[in-house]
Design a protein around this ligand. Structure first.
Ligand SMILES: [Zn+2]
Length: 82
């Protein structure tokens, strides 16, 4: 089992799997990723619903990214190329 090098959507929970957060695997000849440990999707869904009601959905998504070290690492690597 190898860690994922690229960002993708987890085949189990559908949420973003940032580089190094999961395992890459081949399914029917296609690369797919799956978290090693999926996030608490119920809690995320609830937070997002509340954020939509409060009109701060973008801020919520931004906070989720900033709270995830793997996501922050991906962003800081990406900045080198833009
Ligand atoms: Zn997952």
């Amino acid at each position: 089992m190898a860690k994922n090098k690229y960002k993708g959507f987890c085949i189990k929970c559908q949420y973003t799997c940032w580089p190094g957060e999961g395992t890459r695997l081949k399914v029917d000849g296609q690369w797919a990723v799956q978290h090693e440990r999926c996030p608490d999707v119920e809690a995320i869904r609830k937070d997002r619903e509340e954020a939509v009601k409060a009109g701060r959905y973008e801020q919520q998504l931004r906070a989720e990214v900033l709270a995830d070290p793997a996501a922050r690492a991906w962003l800081s690597n990406r900045k080198r190329f833009v």
